[in-house]
Design a protein around this ligand. Structure first.
Ligand code: UGA
Length: 476
């Protein structure tokens, strides 16, 4: 058991603090926001995360988890201090580390014995060393012992508690055996259950985090690029991904083509990595391309909507899904939010629905947006329906009812949750991502006359339109 201070009760801090308490440690979670701390004491979480409420309530009740605004007091009462403060994107795209260094200064000012300062927030490589120098500089000749460590998190929103309790690995970056032993003790239950522990230097641990996120983001941009190629060539990206993913060296995960990655991590971390790699004189061309492909993918979604609903001004579009992915109410860098904004900017009216993110979205989006009761209410009279997040409840819509409610039977499925053949059979005009199904014309086949006039006009507009024209006469 270790006495721990968790500095910051944002997403990472709260999940980590509550779960470390569940491992048997005594954890004090500190935040500067007094209202948030009061709410947490009453068991009210500042965001939605599956099963986190239970873990918080249980550990508060059992006396292992507490909340306070008193940072100096918490530092003095703990041996291990985790820094899990925000590292927002700075003006130039780099990570803004102001809160990290402010935390380091407060720790230095309140040392009353050995402290292990563990960096949990994602920070550019070299930050651990800078934190060490900052504390050393402030302690001057006071020879108070301390260590700095890096312990990156690999939690996914929506399954963070499960990810914490059953991780693929724990990365422990230290420069001393003492720090390594303390962190191993903090994670004792995982150690005992033989979870792989990667014990390494601080800077290596810092890079493991960025390299992992950048690699996953690259997988997504890669499959999105293949999806766009599929549209032009008449192939199906879902099956391409399946065929690739069955190769154990590739694996099936993070190969879902879609509108591009969003959320609070991948966009920020890929950008920060690209910047510090350039600054180190070693630009990452792959990560830079990943970022560019991702940016274009979102614009392609808008182009797809425009291709199916050409006169957007004055039209009504239903957007299903506002959170950046299912099982969370987080709308940071979310495709749904972006599409709503782009649609409004082009003069369309928007009706939208999300199972949990509407409250948050209402704060961000213009007042003119209609927040619907459910998916069907959103669809009423709309000239097209866009699926922006793959919530389970959107996978099982009554398609007949949806078609009757829509003003025009148009579906843009940016998450590929519907089978194009089913949508066609139900009478929809539709488009997914990379769902080409071209069957070559055979000698003697009749070509549908309607396909011809569209060919040149559409083909010159977008690759997507070209792909659609190629498919004319087949499925959709
Ligand atoms: C991501 C990583 O998966 C975590 O390991 C990491 O700890 C976390 O960032 C972080 O750095 O804190 P998260 O942002 O919660 O977790 O969400 P993911 O499930 O990774 O999804 C990120 C984005 O990629 C979403 O927009 C999702 O829709 C998109 N995605 C994911 C795809 O477009 N295709 C896929 O195949 C998978």
């Amino acid at each position: 058991m270790q006495k721990i201070t968790m500095l910051g009760t944002g997403y990472v801090g709260l999940v980590t603090g509550a779960c470390l308490a569940d491992f048997g440690n005594r954890v004090i979670c500190v935040d500067t926001d007094a209202d948030k701390v009061e709410a947490l004491k009453l068991g009210k979480l500042p965001f939605y995360e599956f099963s986190l409420g239970e873990v918080v309530t249980r550990n508060v009740a059992e006396g292992r988890l507490s909340f306070t605004t008193d940072l100096p007091g918490a530092i003095r009462a703990s041996k291990v201090i985790f820094i899990a403060v925000g590292t927002p994107t700075g003006e130039g795209g780099e990570a803004d580390l102001a809160q990290v260094f402010s935390a380091a200064r407060t720790i230095a000012a309140n040392m009353n014995g050995y402290k292990l300062v563990v960096q949990k927030s994602t920070v550019p490589v070299g930050t651990g060393e800078r934190v060490l120098r900052t504390i050393e500089g402030l302690l001057k000749r006071k020879k108070l012992p301390f260590d700095v460590a890096s312990n990156p998190e690999f939690l996914r929103e929506g399954s963070a508690v499960e990810d914490f309790m059953r991780p693929d690995r724990v990365v422990i970056g230290t420069w001393s055996k003492k720090a390594e032993a303390i962190l191993s003790e903090v994670y004792r239950p995982l150690y005992l259950s033989e979870t792989p522990m990667v014990k390494t230097s601080v800077q290596t641990a810092e890079l493991i985090k960025y390299a992992s996120n950048a690699f996953l983001a690259t997988k997504i941009s890669f499959i999105n690029e293949m999806a766009n190629l599929c549209e032009v060539l008449g192939a199906d990206v879902k099956t391409v991904a399946k065929g690739m993913g069955l190769d154990k060296r590739i694996g099936p995960k993070f190969l879902h083509a879609g509108p591009g990655y969003g959320g609070s991590c991948f966009p920020k971390d890929t950008m920060a990595l690209a910047i510090f790699a350039r600054e180190a004189g070693m630009p990452s061309r792959i990560v830079e391309a990943t970022i560019e492909v991702n940016r274009e993918q979102r614009l392609r979604m808008m182009a797809t909507i425009q291709a199916l609903v050409p006169r957007l001004r004055g039209s009504t579009i239903a957007v299903l899904g506002l959170s950046f992915k299912p099982m969370t109410d987080d709308i940071r860098d979310s495709v749904g939010i972006d599409l709503v904004r782009m649609l409004r900017a082009r003069g369309a009216k928007v009706r939208t629905f999300d199972p949990v993110a509407m409250e948050r979205a209402a704060v961000e989006l213009p007042k003119t947006i209609y927040f619907a009761k459910d998916s069907y209410d959103a669809a009423k009279g709309a000239d097209g329906l866009v699926i922006a997040t793959e919530w389970n409840e959107f996978r099982m819509l009554d398609l007949g009812k949806l078609r009757r409610l829509l003003g025009r039977p148009v579906v843009i499925d940016t998450r590929n949750i519907y089978d194009p053949i089913v949508l066609t059979a139900e009478g929809f005009r539709h488009e997914g991502v990379g769902r080409g199904r071209r069957v070559p014309a055979r000698a003697g086949d009749k070509v549908k006359p309607a396909a011809r006039p569209a060919r040149n006009a559409a083909a010159s507009k977008t690759p997507k339109a070209a792909a659609r024209v190629r498919r004319a006469g087949t499925a959709s």
